[in-house]
Design a protein around this ligand. Sequence first.
Ligand code: SF4
Length: 334
Amino acid sequence: MKDKKIRALALLSGGLDSTLAVWLILQQGVEVIGINFTTPFFGPKNAIKASEALNIPLEIIDITDEYLKILKNPKYGYGKNLNPCIDCHAFMLKKTFELMKKYQADFIITGEVLGERPMSQNRNSLNIVAKYSGIKDYVLRPLSAKLLPLTRLEREGLIDREKLLDIQGRSRKRQLELAKEIGLKEIPTPSGGCLLTEKFFAKRLLDLLKNKENITRRDLELLKIGRHFRLPNNIKVIVGRDKEENEKLLSYFDEKDTLFKAKEPSAVVLVPDNIINEKEDKEFIAKISAYYSDHKRESEIPVLYKTFYKEEILLVRDLLKENLEFSIYNLSCR
Ligand code: SF4
């Protein structure tokens, strides 16, 4: 029936659905190459595990720069937090479509399930995704295929529709049964851990998008570390919450930044992309630094102020008598 081996590219997040979708297609003798798109918001960890379990090659592609443009202005809006799921899916499909020639692939597999996610996986959204990315004829969703219109791939006999599934809805029951049946040792989580769907991360990211024009990878990585404050004069302050975060913040400290560190034990306080020179600002951030130390009840707390070019010791006196309320500047509390 088929002379040439059929080859598919699979959008592989490493979640349960995309893993099962690949498995189903492998059963039809199709060669599958996993494609994983990575940004600071979602990484390849689960996809690596899944590709190993499925024994397929995996291509990991960093799309951060292009993705930021989508994130700032998604055509189809955001989900519950800052997750532009429809645009995200469409973009990934479009990128995968562009890779088809390079890999001489015949079609693309996704783990989308009809009606599983209210925003991005209802029938209309699936159509938008395929239409928007311009590749409708090349996309197969093996988990819901029997509920979706016949694709070119099935019509042309590249794929046997009878061996595809008719899963729909939010219950993962059938997926879990199938995972068990095929002996998947580790059941992957459904979402794959996208930070854009997390409320507190979304608040920080929104603040960054509002306040900075040219966002760098460092800005995005810093969003994952510490408590984040936005002070009235637009100064961003990051406070480490434990030893590991303090070390990470120290590793990011560079010539554009200011660092504050109260007498040990204390948190590292980083002011990214800002050399603090104003006396009032210095004193205020020194108070934050003193507050996040083990000495906040002491009458005098020395705080190191440091830039790449200058160091001095600031003294914070009678901190708790001032009744300061730093939480109003904490982005997670807003
Ligand atoms: S959850 Fe994140 S990675 Fe998944 S489609 Fe939505 S925005 Fe994209």
